[in-house]
Design a protein. Sequence first.
Lengths: 339, 309
Amino acid sequence: MSASKSAAWKGVLFRHETILLLVLLVEWFYFNSVGRRFGTMDNTFDIIRHSVEIGLLALVMTPIILTGGIDLSVGSLLGLCAILFGKMWRDGGMPPLLAAACTLLVGAVAGGLNAALITGLRLPPLIVTLGTYSLFRGLAEAITRGADTFTNFPTSFLFLGQERLLGLPTQAWIFLAVGIGMWLLVHRTTFGRAFRAIGFAPEGARYAGIPVERRLALVYVLAGVIAALAAIIYTARLGQAKADAGMGYELFAITAVVLGGTSIFGGVGSVHGTLLGVAAIAVLGNGLVHARQPREVAGMLTGALLLLALSGGVLPKLLATWRARRLSTSQAKPQTSPP
Amino acid sequence: MTRYFRELSVAIALGVLLLVLAVFAPKFFEWQPMLSRLTREAPTLVCACGMALVIISRQIDISIGSQFAVCSVCAGLLAAAKVPFVLVLVASIGIGAAQGAINGALVAGLRLPSIVVTLATMVILREGLRWQRQGQFVNLPDGLQWFGLSQAAGQYTLITAAVLLLVLMAQGMKHLAAGRFVYAVGSDAEAARLAGIRPQLTTFLIFVSMGALTGLAALMNIVQSPQVDPKSGSGLELKAIAAAVVGGVAVSGGRGNLWGVFAGLLMLACVNPALTYLHVEAYWEKAIQGAIILLAVVADGVRSRKLSH
């Protein structure tokens, strides 16, 4: 029974990722036939450059959703960190490297605030991160008074976001490193098993001896650090830091994770699925520009894609329970009728 | 006493805040600015009542800001096309209810988490509206502002309507079976089902009424100005959630009442003008909104931990 069940799960997982890969290929060939410049190497690097920040957020959102939680504040934190980075560099007179290190620290503290509220007081992640979603963005707006932007960064810093290193966009190497690290964390360590166990049944995980609070705190602090890293890359790519940096990125990150086959209820999912999800969204967004569609369409389609992926994830289970209920009532009937 | 501890503490906090303002900024209580401030909060009150229902049933809806904008623009376009006012009202509420029905069908029908569903519909609706309108304002005909009455009469009408709705809904939540269903589903959906309540249908209808109330609020907002801003309603979801959470509605569901939400909303409405009188800049508004939500849930969390120990 359990062997056939795990085989069935493997089948579903396999199928899910194959479908995603197929979608990706269809997207690629369609946009290649529509847009002239789409298939070129330059544009491929463009897609990579534009998707690194969302990709980083999606990577770190994967363990969070695996534990059954959610972090709505990553986009706002990206904005706050970008502003603080610019502030420390321009007004604080720090060299970019030191400012970046301090920004990562700020990210860790902000993630720690989420973690403390979620694990210390056992508050639901959705309302805590909804509060910090507003708080972080609000702080970014308050610091810049809604208008101040930071520009004229030194070229040595912009190298991180606009140039190539060993043939690839510089930030792609960072993304690769974080991706491999995250894959190892989720798939090859006991931490990853703990995330799944917590998402599957938090009480059960506690009785199994997993330090639930510490593991949960880890994923939210990690989310803060990675959001800060994404903020630095974002600033380097655009060459400026504004208070509205990363607005709405949380939707793209969550969509990529869910599209990649991670269950929104926790317990099931993979990092490589998330990477495919990121690729599907990135190619869609870039391709629509090449197909001369307005920018808003990409946002609408991402939202619709999220709803579709969610529905696709639950429909089989829903149908199964519905069928089981019908079966049990049809079996129950002869018992209730008098002999 | 302990039963309404949370509501009473909000009311006391509101009283203290008003007292502080009375001492340090007596200008705050001048009648004309007070009246227009209350009128501006009337649509928010309507939305906060709906949000209280949603949160009591252990769901959340962060798409109401976008729904509000869509309803505002549609109602504005209809009014500009010389459609009679009653039909505009019905259309606005109907469009809101239809949007709520989409959320409700996905949450109740497919049992998806409401936070993710409404995050998606929030973006779809907002981007769709921006695509269609490109930020263009809608000019309203002359007879619409303040229902064609004088400004004071219009303001009193709006405030009366909002408070009347609050009283009706508060009484309904207390005395109607449908109101009790909301609490039952929020505190334990499975137990509610065994007691003969249909939790999925209840959840669906709560989302539909949330949408309908948002449509009503949108209309109450557009009669206050000669134009409709397609960006109106951004941040409304946070205001409504903050009012509900500050007013003692538990995010874990099954607890809270609309009088507390009313007190919470009044308190939040006083915070921003209070800050201006105390010389804090307006850019802090969003940060303070977030901090207030966090403070309210932390207070609830600390209290519930104390009770359970």
